[in-house]
Design a protein around this ligand. Structure first.
Ligand SMILES: *[C@@H]1O[C@H](CO)[C@@H](O)[C@H](O)[C@H]1NC(C)=O
Length: 188
């Protein structure tokens, strides 16, 4: 059936488009091995390492070390300065191959909480920036969900400025819905 063939081709095209967008998305976020070739250990200089790169939201830090010899604590600034991890710890990692995704535009502080390692230099901070051009607009993700009810396309028309955000945030969802629609049409 002619019409069926047309939808088959359209479906394949859409699946390829979605796949390409997925790959592009992956390529934009970078992975950084902390310490580069020296990895996460007592000899490397993490101050100079942390100043070598500009980190953006979506990037991933990879901490590589021998499990048990080191660990990775994400901490608040005061804990970073004192090296006293009795308080102010935001996250702990200890697998030896820890992947930490930088999900927010903010300052991150990391240290190793094995005795003496933090004071010995196993700590650094980085300032993670928003991937797009920096702006002072409040990030919708930072607004608490209760004060910002989620909008759906069926809701009353949003104002022009919030509509832009709505569309940019949901375009991937729409592409997926369309791709699924086309995918099912392959079998009709
Ligand atoms: C980081 O950003 C600064 C200022 O925008 C720039 O001068 C520098 O070249 C960048 N460094 C890297 C490694 O991209």
């Amino acid at each position: 059936m002619r019409e069926g063939k047309f939808f088959n081709q359209l479906g394949i095209l859409l699946i390829l488009t979605v796949f390409t967008l997925f790959l592009v998305n992956k390529a934009i976020s970078k992975e950084y091995t902390v310490g580069d070739d020296e990895e996460w250990n007592s000899q490397a200089n993490f101050l100079s390492w942390s100043e070598k790169y500009n980190f953006t939201v979506g990037d991933v830090l990879v901490f590589k070390y021998v499990k048990g010899q080191h660990n990775v604590y994400e901490v608040v600034e005061g804990t970073f300065r004192s090296c006293d991890a009795n308080s102010g710890v935001l996250a702990k990692y200890e697998s030896g191959d820890d992947r930490v995704e930088l999900t927010e535009a903010k300052k991150y502080w990391f240290l190793c909480n094995i005795e003496g390692h933090c004071l010995g230099g196993m700590r650094f901070s980085i300032d993670v920036k928003q991937a797009s051009a920096p702006s002072d607009n409040t990030d919708p993700k930072n607004v608490s969900p209760s004060s910002q009810p989620h909008e759906f396309p069926a809701a009353p028309p949003p104002t022009s400025s919030s509509r832009g955000t709505l569309l940019s945030e949901s375009w991937k969802t729409w592409i997926c819905i369309m791709a699924f629609g086309m995918f099912f049409s392959l079998y009709n």
